[in-house]
Every structure is written in structure tokens, then in C-alpha cells.
Design a protein around this ligand. Structure first.
Ligand SMILES: N[C@@H](CCC(=O)N[C@@H](CS)C(=O)NCC(=O)O)C(=O)O
Length: 393
């Protein structure tokens, strides 16, 4: 196949159906009603144009009509929101202070705090979904017509991903806690989606986009966890479908104005979800923040732009090494996850720059969801993304 530049100037989403982070970018494009084509990395242009431009083998990558390449699902959403600057009704990012903090927290929790549960249900139940996974991993790698070749291509990379479970703290000791936490989350979300079509109420936001990342590709599409979601939490399964639809067929809900709640309010049904977020993501973030602080202390004088990573490698998921903490009564050992800390930092920055009436409302929300300690977590030095990787500010 010859290398081609798309003749139609529209967005190209480079990614795969089974990729967690691609799900965030895809739902954003769909919900914004933008025309786009989706291409798998098996396309020759990926190697010829996308990989060199990004400097990493990863996806999603959004190729813009202007020929720009954006990696990182969060940066993609920021870019797409920027296109709607003159049309705030289309923005995915709430402008009011408390809603912004809550949406950013849930965005980060979905993307990084739920990576462990997503990977657990994909790989710990591999035997029950082997053929599906072979085909899906193969779909991203082989574009031809031979079914066996596609499955073989998938098989060749699957062991690499399944072997990452211990690094994510997924072990026989932690699995019961991972499953219990997920079932509680499903229950809380199922109650919420009984009343509202989206996380923040009647309108889609970055909170939905972060959550859909694990809840589409892994938990709402792989056979084993999908069956669990449908049996336990059908309203959540319906929300997963809704996030793949451009229009909002919300006929099952009472008449409503398609917006976030007035007066910067948070749906009461979201409070139990937030309480689980603080309980289940908090210990990991606190430990990652400590590891970040130690690294900064051990390497004084690092300049702005220095890679946030153990060594000089440019990584999609940079880490500062192994960390250990207690969570739900079990000891978790895993690699620290700096990307999650960057996402949390954005939520915290929003919380630290709000007017005093909003501070009062946020404080009361944090009191009822046990989130005060986490929101007060000291973060020593801001990080930012430059040239598709995480660096010191
Ligand atoms: N922070 C990135 C993460 C991208 C990412 O990890 N993508 C996965 C595919 S879903 C990947 O590249 N995995 C390969 C790897 O980590 O080496 C984002 O939000 O886009």
C-alpha cells in the first residue's frame, strides 16, 4: 500500500478500538459532532509519518487538518475545546469553579486511577476472552484479510501487556480489593445514571471523557467485564453506549435543559462516586506525590523542561520507581505513576484559584465525601507536557 496523505482535510484519529486512551479522544470527537476518520497503527502512514512526528510508539494521536500531531488524550481534548473557544456551549470543560474541580478529578481518576482495574479485568480473565483479545490486538497491527494472521499478530504482543500486571500492583493478594472497589463504583454510578445521562448532569464533560477511557475499551467492551457491567449496572452499560453516539437519545430521562446543573451545583448522586474516588485513588496519589518529592530532593537544580522520569527515556507512562502503600487493608506494590499526578495537579490548581464563595461550597462537598486530605496534598513542583512528554515546569 502506498503512503498517502488524506485528501479530505479532516481530523484523523490514530488509535484502536481496544485502546483505553483512544476511547477518550474518540468520544470527544463524536460528542463534538466533528467529522473524523479513525486509523489503526497498521496503516503504513503510522510508521512513515505519525511515529516520527510524535517521537513515541503510542496512541491515540490526533492528526489535525493543519497537519499537526497531538499525542495524549487530555491534550487532544484541550485542543478540541480550543476549536470551540467562541462557542462555550460546546466546551467539554466546565467554566464554573466547583464543577471544574470535580470534572478534572473524575477525568484523572478514570484515566489513571482506574488503569489498574481495567488491566485486571482484561488480563486476569484472559482465558475467558483469549480469541477476542487476539483479534482486537491483531486489528491494530494487521490490516489484511487473513483471520489467522490477524490473530497471530495479536498473540505476539499480548504477553507483553499481560506481564505488566505486577507492575500495576495486580496480584492474587490485591485482586479481591480491586474487584470489591470496582463493584462499589459500578453500583454508585448505576444509581447516578438512573437520574442523569452524564457524569456532571445533563451535559457531557471531561468527567465522562476520562471515565469512558477504561469503561469503553476494557470494562465495557472486553467480554468478561462487559457481562459483569451489564448484569450489575445496566445504567452504566447504557451510558457507555451513549458516549459512542453523536446525538443524545436521552428519551428515557425526564424533560431537561441539556446543560450542567445551575449555580455550579454537583448532582447529589455524584457524591458517593466522589467518595469512592477519594478513598480509592487517594492512597496512590499520596504515595506518588511522596515519591516525586524524594526524586526532586535527590536531584536538586533540575531545570524547567527536565523529563519527569527515572532516566532520560521518553516514556508514555513515566515512573520514578516502585512504591508501596496500604489500600483497602492490603499492601500494594506498584510503579509510581507520574501522569496521574499531573492530572491531579490540574484539579488541585483549579481548587486553589477559586473565589471564596466557591471555596466554601467545595469545602462542604469535600467534607461530605472525605476528600479534604487528598485535596490538601502538597505537590512540590508543577509538571507540564512539552513535546508529547511530561517535564518539570
Ligand atoms: N497519557 C497517554 C497514554 C497513551 C497510552 O498509554 N496509550 C497506550 C495505548 S492505549 C499505549 O501506547 N501503550 C503502549 C505503551 O505504553 O508502551 C494518553 O492519555 O494518551
Amino acid at each position: 500500500m502506498a503512503t498517502t496523505v488524506d485528501p479530505i482535510r479532516q481530523h484523523i484519529l490514530w488509535g484502536t478500538p481496544h485502546s483505553l486512551y483512544t476511547g477518550k479522544a474518540r468520544s470527544c470527537l463524536i460528542k463534538k459532532g466533528l467529522a473524523f476518520v479513525e486509523r489503526c497503527p497498521s496503516h503504513p502512514d503510522y510508521k512513515a509519518r505519525v511515529r516520527p512526528a510524535v517521537g513515541l510508539v503510542t496512541f491515540p494521536v490526533l492528526e489535525t487538518p493543519d497537519g499537526e500531531f497531538i499525542q495524549d488524550s487530555t491534550d487532544i481534548v484541550t485542543y478540541l475545546d480550543g476549536l470551540d473557544k467562541g462557542a462555550p456551549a460546546k466546551s467539554m470543560t466546565p467554566a464554573t469553579p466547583v464543577q471544574l474541580v470535580v470534572a478534572r478529578l473524575i477525568d484523572g481518576f478514570g484515566l489513571e486511577g482506574m488503569l489498574q482495574v481495567a488491566m485486571h479485568y482484561r488480563w486476569s480473565y484472559r482465558d475467558e476472552q483469549e480469541l477476542f483479545l487476539q483479534t482486537e490486538f491483531g486489528r491494530g497491527l494487521y490490516a489484511g484479510a487473513d483471520r489467522e494472521t490477524r490473530r497471530g499478530a495479536g498473540r505476539r504482543v499480548m504477553d507483553f501487556f499481560s506481564s505488566s500486571l505486577p507492575a500495576l500492583g495486580i496480584t492474587p493478594q490485591t485482586i479481591p480489593a480491586i474487584e470489591a472497589a470496582y463493584e462499589e463504583l459500578l453500583e454508585a454510578l448505576d444509581v447516578h445514571f438512573q437520574s442523569y445521562p452524564y457524569v456532571m448532569g445533563w451535559r457531557v464533560s471531561i468527567a465522562d471523557l476520562g471515565l469512558i477511557a477504561p469503561m469503553y475499551a476494557h470494562l465495557g467492551r472486553d467480554p468478561y467485564p462487559t457481562a459483569l457491567m451489564k448484569k450489575r449496572a445496566p445504567n452504566v452499560a447504557r451510558w457507555v453506549e451513549r458516549m459512542q453516539l453523536p446525538n443524545t437519545p436521552d428519551g428515557e430521562y425526564a424533560a431537561h435543559v441539556a446543560d450542567w446543573l445551575p449555580d455550579d451545583a454537583i448532582p447529589a448522586t455524584l457524591e458517593p462516586v466522589l467518595a469512592l474516588l477519594f478513598k480509592d485513588w487517594g492512597p496512590q496519589l499520596a504515595t506518588d506525590a511522596a515519591s516525586y518529592r524524594q526524586w526532586l530532593d535527590a536531584n536538586p537544580g533540575m531545570e524547567a523542561g527536565h523529563l519527569v522520569n527515572m532516566n532520560d527515556g521518553r516514556l508514555v507512562h513515566p515512573t520514578l520507581g516502585m512504591v508501596s502503600y496500604t489500600w483497602r487493608g492490603v499492601q500494594v506494590q506498584r510503579t509510581s505513576a507520574m501522569h496521574g499526578l499531573w492530572l491531579f495537579q490540574m484539579a488541585q490548581a483549579a481548587a486553589q484559584s477559586m473565589p471564596s464563595d466557591a471555596v466554601r461550597r467545595l469545602t462542604s462537598l469535600l467534607e461530605s465525601t472525605a476528600g479534604q486530605d487528598l485535596m490538601a496534598l502538597p505537590l512540590p513542583r508543577p509538571m507540564e507536557r512539552r513535546n508529547n512528554v511530561l517535564v518539570l515546569q
